[in-house]
Design a protein around this ligand. Structure first.
Ligand code: SF4
Length: 431
């Protein structure tokens, strides 16, 4: 670790580097520790998360970028516009390691750019660049356009899609095309700063104090991962989709807005089906021998020209599958792809749509415009996803997230539904 903090102020267009004090390094170490420390230290109480007062922190862990296995995940933190509280989302892949390869242990982004921008980091060359042409682009297109304009195909990029630009409070960031830091509406904070992406390329290998000892640990951990017969082994073979059967067996699989924990069609959306029907590519995070992450060969899907798309993780199979009463694996793959491209968190989006479906099922939302929003109706799901990302109609309300309910001083979901109904029909709130 070299204890370098890179600070980028988008309002002033100023880039500075600072040394993180040893006392902070030893106490907080990196990742979530740094997020907690710096957000607490630097944010005023009660700031609006979508104002220029908020900050975004990108924090790799202390051993990230070294050869120590299973160290590939990094943290993204901010004051969440969804909860009003500290959020630490994290993602795997290579982006976090690249931060350290560029010579930094922490990046703090503050202020707000006047116009859409992205940040380009190549070791100590840090630039805030115009992103007018990128604004409105989906995540994969953004990734490709930045790589082309930087003439650097190996840049690691974290970006938002249209949902983040529209400050949807359940929008995520995506790095390395397939890795989402999903929770808490971090995408909306990027959008509120007119920040489309951060692209980074480093040329250094992070060092550590005792290379011999680290190498010994690395070998041992790799060996243990290779010979494991436990959960790690199943994750290696099937990825997190392996958990569908287990959750369902234990009556914990999200089903129809959590009205049940057992989904009658769960066998249609398990790892068995994914493994049997689709060609998969193993895409592990940096230095991870478990290698649970996979993508799918997309050449046979009629709805996309992409060659490779994300394989749904367990959470998406739960929240977009069982929780929406949907037992159709290709539709879930398509939904996952669409959310990833628009920059929507599949967990929060699935739970928001499921809530509406239950409200319609129970007769709390009535009317022609809601009638089709039924469990298992894929057209309704696609329609609502687009509406949430673009903040249209009912989607504009769902874009605020389920935390909206808590503004009534209660977590009672039905108060929220009644509020939705009143808003849509122009009926005044009762006191
Ligand atoms: S490949 Fe899977 S197990 Fe390994 S770090 Fe990434 S998410 Fe974790």
């Amino acid at each position: 670790m070299n204890n370098n903090l890179l600070r980028i102020n988008l309002t002033e267009g100023i880039v500075t580097t600072e040394k993180i004090p040893d006392s902070v390094v030893f106490q907080y170490m990196g990742g979530t520790g740094y997020l907690s420390y710096f957000l607490y230290k630097e944010l005023e109480a009660k700031i609006d998360p979508l104002s220029s007062d908020n900050k975004i922190i990108l924090a790799p862990g202390p051993i990230q970028g070294t050869r120590i296995p299973i160290s590939g995940r990094y943290s993204v933190g901010t004051k969440s516009p969804l909860t009003g509280f500290f959020i630490d989302a994290n993602a795997g892949g290579f982006f976090g390691s690249e931060i350290r390869r560029a010579g930094y242990d922490l990046i703090i982004i503050e202020g707000k750019s006047e116009n859409p921008c992205y940040i380009s980091i190549k070791d100590d060359k840090v630039e805030i660049k115009d992103a007018q042409q990128l604004w409105g682009q989906r995540v994969h297109e953004t990734d490709e356009l930045i790589k082309a304009s930087e003439t650097e195909p190996k840049m690691r990029i974290i970006a938002i899609g249209p949902a983040g630009e529209n400050q949807v409070k359940i929008s995520c960031t995506t790095s390395d095309r397939f890795r989402n830091a999903g929770r808490g509406g971090i995408g909306a904070v990027f959008g509120s700063k007119n920040l489309k992406a951060v692209a980074i390329k480093g040329s250094n290998r992070p060092t550590n104090g005792n290379p011999e000892k680290i190498d010994e640990m690395r070998k041992e951990l790799n060996q243990r991962a290779k010979t494991a017969k436990d959960d790690g082994h199943m994750l290696h073979k099937h990825g997190t989709s392996w958990l569908v059967n287990i959750a369902n067996h234990n009556t914990q699989f999200p089903t129809r807005n959590f009205q049940s924990g057992e989904f009658e069609d769960h066998e249609k959306i398990t790892h068995d089906v994914l493994d049997k029907l689709y060609k998969r590519f193993r895409r592990p995070c940096f230095q991870c021998p478990i290698a649970c992450s996979e993508t799918l060969d997309a050449s046979n899907f009629e709805w996309t020209d992409e060659k490779e798309i994300a394989k749904p993780e367990y959470e998406t199979l739960g929240m977009m599958g069982g929780n929406l009463g949907l037992g159709d694996i290709e539709t879930i793959i398509h939904i996952n792809f669409l959310c990833n491209q628009l920059g929507l968190d599949t967990i929060s989006t699935g739970s928001s749509i499921a809530m509406v479906m239950e409200a319609v099922e129970k007769g709390l939302l009535k009317g022609e415009e809601f009638e089709h929003i039924r469990f298992g109706n894929k057209e309704a799901i696609f329609d609502l996803i687009h509406k949430i990302a673009n903040r249209e109609g009912l989607g504009d309300i769902l874009a605020e997230g389920i935390v909206y309910a808590s503004k009534n001083g209660t977590s009672n979901i039905w108060l929220f539904i009644r509020k939705v109904y009143r808003l849509l029909h122009g009926i005044q709130e009762e006191n």
